[in-house]
Design a binder for this molecule. Structure first.
Ligand code: GDP
Ligand code: MG
Length: 489
């Protein structure tokens, strides 16, 4: 398909922006790091820990520039983009360190600038500006919509909603859908009702017991500042993929709003934020998928493939040399690895590697470097051993969040417990093909499911006299080395 007029205008605008950014970076070396992941994946905690690591230091043996003392100073600088909220670092940090609570969840994009003064290997003093952009992964899953007509999107969404285990979550929406005739006159009330039931269905899929990840349009769940606007008030109808909507019909109204969603929501995000990133980390809560079951794991795999496809959008089109995303390194990180014993960290990494495997092969052909890590940005547990009869099992110990339960016990938020969270299999394939007995909460009650991860409070920290204590982590240094290590040579 030849590029449409809007595409050309859009690309011209993007190119101008890219040139401007590029010119600036010649004088002031800068990296724009995107941090994304679905809601609750651990973005806020990760960014807080990253900034704390750079500004305060700590034990980061694999992050060479910090470990060898070549980073002289890292400081927060005023946030450069006036229209984007500032990442609330100080508050998030205080909540974790002083209150031992996790930061409140965030639903919008935010940004923070860090200026790093360092010494090059050859001794010269240099400065690197690091812009960190925190944005919901749900928004990223919208990018493929740019290449889809309403009819295609509606068809795919309906087909997905008829598969197990989603189908029964969609019952109410399907009932309402059956009463709609796409050819009839447009109807605001019916559209709003339909959009609401469709959104309820998407939300139900996000419920912890299903943890499903593949749910565009992303703003239906993460509206940012757009809740209830007409561009977010539409839903799939049962219409033929190659059909044309009659003028004035309900169908035509849905098409119009779907297109508005693309123009007013998806494209600006792509242009103003996504297309300007240099590096990207995608945080993945793989443990939530284990908690839930094999369907959630497959869903996660599909969502990750979708995300990787986004990084290739624009590549290979005629006009795309300046328009394409310029991201040259992507790190996929399984977060919250502190819920597993050290012996399982490599296995968690292997599972993630398997989940992104096919998509990675395609992306790497375009020259993007991709890596995978299992990490805990803030480590809430320590290792322990529990004895069961004659067996000594590798366990983890921590303080469960008040209200967490195990068996009949409800925790008060003060008692520390040791738990055996379950072992990941040595061969990740067995999780995907279902050969490993693997029951998640979606199909089994909590006490018989194979994995059960308690949520712990942030760690209690020892003050070592140097002011603020450093935050313990797992492999955060490896992530930093991959993401910015080469820019601090
Ligand atoms: N134990 C542990 N829990 C974490 C870690 N990172 C995130 N979490 C948990 O995951 C929740 C969501 O994290 P958050 O950073 O707010 O996710 P976001 O929605 O992606 O920004 C937190 O409230 C914590 O309960 C970690 O490194 N270790
Ligand atoms: Mg957040």
């Amino acid at each position: 398909m030849p590029p449409s007029f809007t595409d050309i205008v859009e690309e011209a605008r993007l190119s101008a922006r890219a040139l401007l950014d590029y010119g600036e970076s010649l004088f002031n070396p800068a990296v724009r790091l995107g941090v994304t992941g679905l809601s609750r994946a651990g973005k806020t905690v990760f960014i807080t820990a990253l900034i704390h690591a750079l500004t305060r230091g700590g034990r980061f043996p694999v992050f060479e520039a910090l470990d060898t003392g070549r980073i002289a100073r890292a400081e927060l600088a005023p946030q450069p983009d006036d229209a984007v909220p500032r990442f609330d670092y100080e508050n998030h940090l205080r909540t974790m360190i002083e209150e031992r609570r996790w930061p409140n969840s965030t639903v919008d994009i935010s940004e923070l600038r860090l200026v790093i003064d360092y010494q090059r290997h050859n001794g010269a003093d240099r400065r690197l500006t690091l812009d960190i952009v925190d944005y919901p992964g749900e928004w990223l899953l919208d990018l493929p919509l740019l290449n889809k007509s309403y009819e295609q999107w509606a068809g795919e969404s309906l087909a997905l909603s008829r598969e197990a285990p989603r189908a029964h979550l969609a019952t109410k929406w399907h009932e309402q859908l059956a009463t709609l005739n796409p050819q009839e006159k447009e109807d605001e009330q019916a559209t709003r009702a339909s959009a609401k039931l469709f959104t309820d269905y998407l939300r139900a899929c996000r419920d912890e017991r299903f943890a499903m990840s593949l749910l565009p349009p992303g703003r239906f769940l993460m509206p940012g500042n757009l809740a209830t606007s007409p561009a977010l008030t539409f839903a799939p109808l049962a219409v033929p993929a190659d059909g044309v909507a009659p003028e004035g019909s309900l169908w035509a109204m849905m098409v119009r709003r779907y297109e508005a969603y693309k123009d007013k929501v998806v494209r600006p995000f792509f242009r103003d934020h996504f297309a300007r990133l240099d590096r990207q980390i995608v945080l993945v809560d793989a443990l939530a998928a284990f908690n839930s079951g094999p369907e959630a794991l497959h869903d996660l795999e599909a969502a990750l493939a979708g995300i990787l496809d986004c990084f290739r959008i624009g590549r290979g089109t005629i006009l795309s040399s300046l328009f394409r995303p310029r991201i040259d390194r992507i790190l996929f990180a399984a977060t919250k690895a502190d819920h597993l014993h050290r012996l399982s960290h490599d296995r968690l990494e292997a599972v993630l590697r398997r989940a992104v495997g096919r998509a990675v092969a395609r992306a790497e052909a375009t020259g993007t470097e991709i890596d995978v890590v299992a990490l805990a940005a803030v480590r809430a547990t320590r290792e322990a051993t529990v004895t069961r009869g004659r067996d000594r099992l590798p366990a983890i110990a921590g303080t469960p969040i008040p209200g967490e339960t195990a068996g009949d016990e409800t925790f008060d938020g003060h008692t520390e417990v040791a738990t055996f969270p379950g072992d990941l299999p040595a061969d990740p394939e067995s999780l995907f093909d279902g050969s490993a007995a693997f029951r998640g909460l979606a199909s089994a009650p909590a006490n018989t499911s194979d994995f059960r991860f308690l949520r712990f409070r942030p760690p209690s920290l020892e003050h070592d006299g140097k002011g603020e204590p450093s935050l313990p982590h797992i492999r955060l240094d490896r992530a930093l080395q991959f993401l910015i290590g080469d820019r601090l040579q």
